[in-house]
Design a protein around this ligand. Structure first.
Ligand SMILES: Cc1cc2nc3c(=O)[nH]c(=O)nc-3n(C[C@H](O)[C@H](O)[C@H](O)COP(=O)(O)OP(=O)(O)OC[C@H]3O[C@@H](n4cnc5c(N)ncnc54)[C@H](O)[C@@H]3O)c2cc1C
Length: 264
């Protein structure tokens, strides 16, 4: 079986975000970059399937130079092959343009039996790229998967929905978007880190995929980030000292919740 995992390399969720540029991008100075957490579930699932049934795991990212660091980490965790499509500045934030590049990369690197991605790339959180790649590749797509079984020529996938679960079957090849709970991602081992250093990362440009990146981000662009705003600063909290008079503090808490916060 051949597995492909789409991996976005994104700002660490613990980063302190500042707005930079023309007010429509974040200031990338001092940001730590990580594999998007939902993509870690996708990668872990592909590696487990390979370990159980044999096969090969290819990881693909589309983005600037730093993406290679993320791919190296994927190789250290157990991926076999890594493809870096360099670029992304012109198409930043445009899910359809990104999906066109990734779909073309999957086609060039494949064929694959199963393509996995995260349910969302943290940072922009649009949950669009996976479905768009599936549509462009003309394969079925199951999103938000928390349990996956792959059989001969088909898969069974489970999703959590409000108050219950949904179970889907789909023929292979198929694209699955992983959700939290699918598995517990592993950390790279020292042996894996050493082995990963010997695997060359294949580096492509959108032009190698027959795509004009300037056009994708220009005349053919479908969306742009116009403006970013940080949430309003939070007011300081109220501390009730309950050590000397717990009953009085509880009365005051109830009063504040009822009359000020209007929460009860
Ligand atoms: C400030 C900032 C800088 C960023 N820099 C990078 C970067 O250097 N490299 C990078 O890869 N991403 C980067 N990202 C993330 C990237 O821009 C987003 O993944 C992209 O905009 C798609 O977002 P989305 O919400 O439409 O993706 P979603 O539709 O939410 O993504 C769903 C899934 O699609 C796949 N996917 C999405 N984008 C990519 C991609 N570019 N490559 C491979 N798989 C992908 C992932 O599996 C992801 O979980 C950055 C995001 C921000 C906010």
């Amino acid at each position: 079986m051949k597995y492909c995992v789409l991996v976005a390399y994104v700002p660490d969720t613990a980063s302190i975000i500042k707005i930079g540029g023309a007010g429509n991008r974040i200031d990338e100075g001092g940001i730590k970059w990580i594999i998007s957490p939902y993509d870690e579930f996708a990668l872990e699932e592909a590696i487990r399937l390979k370990e159980a049934r044999g096969g090969e795991v290819t990881v693909i990212t589309y983005g600037p130079d730093r993406g290679s660091t993320g791919l190296r980490e994927c190789l250290a965790r157990g991926a076999d092959r890594a493809v870096h499509v360099m670029g992304g500045e012109a198409t930043f934030g445009d899910a359809f343009a990104i999906a066109r590049v990734l779909a073309a990369a999957v086609q060039k690197a494949g064929p694959f039996d199963l393509i996995l991605c995260g349910i969302k790339g943290v940072g922009s959180d649009q949950s669009l790229v996976g479905a768009m790649v599936a549509e462009l590749l003309d394969v079925p797509h199951v999103s938000g998967v928390v349990k996956l079984e792959v059989g001969e020529g088909s898969l069974t996938a489970q999703r959590d929905v409000e108050g219950g679960t949904e179970v889907f079957t789909a023929p292979l090849p198929c694209l699955v978007a992983a959700h939290k709970g699918l598995n517990e991602p592993r950390y790279p081992s020292l042996k894996g880190i050493m082995a990963a250093k010997k695997i060359p990362i294949e580096t492509w440009k959108p032009a190698d995929l027959g795509l004009d990146e300037a056009a994708l981000g220009g005349a053919e662009a479908t969306s742009r980030w116009l403006k970013l705003e940080l949430p309003a600063a939070k007011a300081g909290g109220t501390i009730l000292n309950g050590e000397e008079d717990p009953a009085g503090a509880a009365r005051e808490l109830a009063r504040l919740l009822r009359h000020e916060a209007k929460a009860i």
